[in-house]
Design a protein around this ligand. Structure first.
Ligand SMILES: Nc1nc2c(ncn2[C@@H]2O[C@H](COP(=O)(O)OP(=O)(O)O)[C@@H](O)[C@H]2O)c(=O)[nH]1
Ligand SMILES: [Mg+2]
Length: 200
């Protein structure tokens, strides 16, 4: 599989603005600054499709990108940004939950975690949430260019243990800056995607 075309569709502030066609959808989520926008840009070979930000947590928008005119990539707002209020956290939670419950065309989640650290409490909650709603979850460990081979091996064990991995769960190591793991991730994302039934 190759990503040949990517088009920005909408930055939605409300669910009523989400696209209404039947294309299968893949959602990207993770804590602020984990490298989500960088990954979307690297996957699509575009420098500025998704905004890479030095000040995390600002975007509360749900960004839709149309890939190869047939699949949506959805950039969900990041979590775990220390400076946001409890009120904003609640709003975030409600938005994600209604997205998980209500999005008929949702097929897979890409959950990004930082390969340098143990997955956070929020990462664990998010992982459980995705599984609870019966959506396939690909865990992506980011910024692997910062790790040695030995550290990668340790990180694999730590992520699998912390997120309570089952044998079929998927874990892909990537570096957006060094373009590591891109083809493996694209293949994992698109595997059976077009033919997948809504499992929920
Ligand atoms: N070393 C390294 N840094 C990265 C990588 N991906 C993203 N970053 C940096 O991490 C910071 C946050 O990236 P961004 O994509 O905006 O994260 P987001 O908040 O999850 O969308 C930026 O300073 C990026 O340059 C990577 O693969 N390797
Ligand atoms: Mg971002």
């Amino acid at each position: 599989m190759e990503i040949k075309q990517s088009d920005f569709i909408i930055s939605a502030v409300a669910a009523s603005q989400y696209p209404k066609d039947d294309f299968p959808e893949v959602a990207f989520v993770g804590k602020s600054n984990v490298g989500k926008s960088s990954l979307i840009n690297a996957l699509t070979n575009r420098k500025k499709l998704a905004k890479v930000s030095g000040t995390p947590g600002k975007t509360r928008l749900v960004n839709f990108f149309l890939i190869n005119k047939g699949v949506y990539f959805v950039d969900l707002p990041g979590y775990g940004y220390a400076k946001i209020s409890r009120e904003q956290q609640k709003t975030w939670g409600k938005m994600i939950e209604s997205y998980l419950q209500g999005r008929r065309t949702l097929r897979k989640f890409v959950l990004l975690v930082d390969s340098r650290h143990k997955p956070t409490e929020d990462d664990i909650i998010m992982h459980n949430w995705i599984k609870h709603y019966g959506v396939e979850c690909i865990v992506v460990a980011t910024k692997v260019d910062k790790l040695t081979k030995m550290e990668i091996a340790k990180s694999k064990k730590l992520i699998k243990e912390t997120l309570d991995f089952e044998p079929n769960d998927k874990l892909v190591y990537i570096s957006s800056s060094k373009k590591v793991g891109m083809q493996e991730l694209v293949d994992t994302i698109f595997d059976e995607l077009i033919n997948m039934e809504n499992q929920r």
